[in-house]
Design a protein around this ligand. Structure first.
Ligand code: GLN
Ligand code: ZN
Length: 765
């Protein structure tokens, strides 16, 4: 008999109870006991829900008060010294200090969980790292469920992935060297769970789907040969997701485990090899339901696939599952009351996905008749999605077919454009900002008031005009060279455009955990994209009318809009990105027509959209850069195109960056400008570069001297004519009290540099 299961459930709660409880606890409004009670209630509710839906093997320890990687650090006692590590058991205060920092205490670093929008805390290791069993959470939660009469499958982040996801504080030591020290703690844990009566344990080793060296593969072998000796009767289900195992599959299949999971949405390529060489008696967990997207499953297609597998290996060894943990989708579609019924019928959130898993399992075990209605609903949904005029718009498709190679290129090469852009009359070390100014409580209140109908459109517009007026005035006073309007009208850089384009839908409660108590509500991109009317011209034009200095039009780029939305799965991503790019292209043309001579197209998500495997990068670079050029190259030579990307690791994407052919790029580098610029130098990058010299992630006001220092270092690597002076990201999270003096200092630092270079130039003459 096939078994219905899954790999993890969203933690935050249908009303975001966990978020509220955490934030109340942090601000001292509720006690530790109250917070822990909310956690317990959520776990109980989720387990009961899964049970009621018919999930047979229910995970535990998928819950976390903050993050499961942090939980693993706590479990093995990987507590960096600054938090005071000599405790035998970690307490909640230490746990949250690691997550969020504290007085004079920096938090652990946070980074993206593979290519998702979930962030985990990066384990920190030293060569003297010792490990000990410092949190019994996994055992406690197993017992908690057992007391409710539910025998769960505990989820554990595997030792090799845990180390590989971490960072060594010492350059010479690779975290993997710590494996021999770490394994005894894992062994103890495994042993404890086995004694508690767990019959399966799910060990997540997602690092198995990335490029791996032979030494790393050897580490997997060592780890599992050690752990298999500690598990008694308990069985190991090894899980990986987000990609195929590819060449690592041989190693996976040689491990002493009792089953593996395969992501059939992104890793289908492995299936045939697995079926050919799956060890006898191993269970195969088949991730047929997409755990990363919100579309309803094509049940019939999934059933055919499952039956094909059963034909080969029988039904006794099959788990039916989502492709990955359901952490990455919202919890329950039933909470959505404003999506129309047709649109809703196309979707499935976590709860609905579990229903799909159960339906598929029952179809296998009891016959299709038993679940006929659900299958019919799925068929109907698929038909309606295929035929809907909201999804397929022949007009859009025809337009896109007409795209020529010429349309993907600016009129002239950079050197010619550079001359044409002299009309902007910019000094050397030109100054600008990244776009947004503080989103003050007043700005947010005005937007909320307008949305709720408490103020009229014209009242709202007057408010925005005033904000823009103030912003323009102070930028002029400061003698900023290229001005921005401040983005006061925008809630979020993707949502704002999604709301103005056809093809996007929005949920009321579609929250997904981003990190800790933070959740995001991604737009849903369901159909062909149409721009019914200009989206940003109203404010850009108004702002430009207030000044004779160049105003920068602000757009979000196609890759970022794609990456930060739930996107349609009925066509390749590049095709969807192209449609977005087409809409942005029209907007750029309209900005130019409206008199804007500088246009910035932000692509902060360009790097995170990189495929997980290096061999897939060139393909991505090609279509992504092409989309960017489609969006950006309709304008005249005189119009200066900027882009902004906020991260410091550029080595990987430099080839693509050159292909994007922008006039100016601003990047995040206030902390390590040299290293970064060196890679640009090596790459012989010719266009303008703004190595953000003001770190907007901190409330601190940088001194002009410091910024001069950074610029002096920058000119040692990059010719001064290429350098721009700007903060390293938008200022929307900062306060005016910090922004004004910081920007004043920033402009001052540019002026100091100009003086120095004017002198130098005179001397040379
Ligand atoms: N223009 C945007 C802003 O200034 C860019 C935000 C970002 O890079 N994430 O807020
Ligand atoms: Zn940024």
């Amino acid at each position: 008999m096939a078994v219905a299961t899954h790999l993890g459930f969203p933690r935050i709660g249908r009303d975001r109870e966990l978020k509220r409880a955490l934030e109340s606890f942090w601000s001292g409004k509720i006690s530790e006991e109250q917070l822990l009670t909310v956690g317990r209630e959520l776990r109980r509710r989720h387990w009961r829900l899964q049970q009621a839906l018919g999930i047979e093997q229910i995970p535990s320890n998928d819950f976390s008060l903050y993050d499961h990687v942090l939980d693993t650090c706590a479990m093995v006692g990987a507590i960096p010294e600054r938090y005071g590590s000599d405790r035998s058991q970690i307490d909640l205060k230490t746990y949250f200090a690691m997550a969020r920092g504290g007085e004079n205490l920096t938090a652990m670093e946070m980074t993206k969980w593979f290519d998702t929008n979930y962030h985990y805390l990066v384990p920190e290791f030293t060569s003297k790292q010792a490990f000990h069993f410092a949190s019994t959470k996994i055992v406690d939660e197993f017992r908690e469920a057992k007391d409710l009469g539910i025998l769960t499958r505990p989820v554990l982040l595997g030792p090799v992935s845990f180390l590989l996801l971490g960072k060594s504080k010492e350059k010479k030591m690779a975290p993997l060297h710590l494996l021999p020290n770490l394994l005894p703690v894992y062994g103890e844990m495994v042993n404890r769970l086995s004694q508690e009566g767990a019959d399966w344990i799910q060990i997540d080793e997602p690092c198995f789907v990335l490029d791996r060296t032979p030494a790393e593969l050897q580490a997997f072998r060592e780890a599992y040969s050690y752990l298999s000796k500690k598990k008694g009767q308990m069985k190991f289900l090894l899980t990986s997701y987000f990609e195929a195992y590819r060449e690592n599959l041989k190693t996976v299949l040689s491990l002493p485990v009792e089953g593996i999971h395969l992501d059939l949405v992104r890793g289908k390529g492995d299936l045939d090899s697995i079926l050919r060489s799956l060890p006898e008696n191993w269970v195969l967990s088949l991730g047929v339901v997409d755990g990363r997207n919100i579309w309803r499953n094509r049940l019939r297609e999934s059933l055919t696939l499952l039956e094909r597998v059963i034909e080969k290996i029988g039904s006794e060894r099959i788990f039916v599952a989502p492709s990955c943990s359901l952490l990455h989708v919202p919890i329950d579609l039933d909470l959505e009351t404003s999506l129309d019924t047709e649109m809703k019928s196309w979707m499935a959130f976590a709860k609905q996905k579990l229903q799909e898993i159960v339906a598929l399992t029952r179809a296998l075990n009891e016959g299709l008749e038993k679940v006929q209605p659900l299958f019919e609903e799925a068929d109907q949904a698929e038909q309606s999605r295929k035929q809907s005029g909201r999804v397929l718009k022949p007009r859009v498709r025809k337009q896109l077919q007409k795209i020529t190679l010429e349309m993907l290129q600016r009129c002239s090469p950079y050197s010619t454009r550079k001359k044409a852009q002299r009309s902007l009359k910019l000094p050397i070390f030109p100054t600008t900002t990244i776009g947004s100014f503080p989103q003050t409580p007043e700005v947010r209140a005005a937007r909320a008031d307008f949305k709720a109908g408490r103020i009229t459109l014209s009242e709202y517009e007057i408010f925005l005009e005033n904000e823009i007026r103030k912003a323009v005035r102070f930028q002029e006073q400061m003698q900023m060279d290229i001005l921005v309007h401040g983005e006061f009208e925008r809630n979020d850089m993707v949502e704002y455009f999604g709301e103005r384009l056809e093809g996007f839908a929005f949920t009321q409660n579609g929250w997904v955990q981003s990190y800790g108590s933070r959740c995001v509500k991604p737009p849903i991109l369901y159909g062909d994209i149409v721009r019914p009317k200009p989206m940003t011209i109203r404010w850009a034009q108004f702002a430009q009318s207030l000044t004779s200095k160049p105003m920068k039009g602000m757009l979000t780029g196609p890759i970022t809009i794609l990456e930060w939305s739930f996107v349609r799965d009925d066509q390749p991503r590049w095709e969807t990105a192209r449609q977005i790019a087409w809409a942005i292209r029209q907007e750029a043309l309209d900005l130019e027509k409206a008199g804007l001579r500088v246009i910035q197209i932000d692509e902060p998500a360009f790097r995170e959209a990189l495929p997980l495997r290096r061999s897939d990068w060139p393909g991505y670079f090609k279509w992504a850069a092409e989309c960017f050029r489609l969006a950006s190259s309709s304008v005249k030579d005189e119009t200066q195109i900027h882009t902004h990307m906020c991260y410091a690791e550029f080595n990987d994407i430099l080839p693509a960056l050159a292909e994007m052919d922008v006039d100016v790029i601003s990047i995040e580098s206030s902390r390590s400008p040299m290293e970064l610029l060196e890679s640009f130098q090596k790459f012989k990058y010719r266009s303008g570069i703004g190595p953000g010299i003001y770190d907007i992630h901190s409330p601190r006001v940088p001194l002009a001297d410091e910024m001069v220092g950074l610029l002096r270092r920058a000119v040692q690597v990059i010719p001064e004519g290429q350098i721009w002076v700007n903060p390293d990201c938008g200022l929307k999270t900062r306060k005016w009290g910090e922004v004004l003096p910081s920007l004043r200092n920033m402009v001052l630092s540019a002026q100091v540099m100009r003086l120095q270079f004017a002198k130098l130039r005179r001397k040379k003459r």
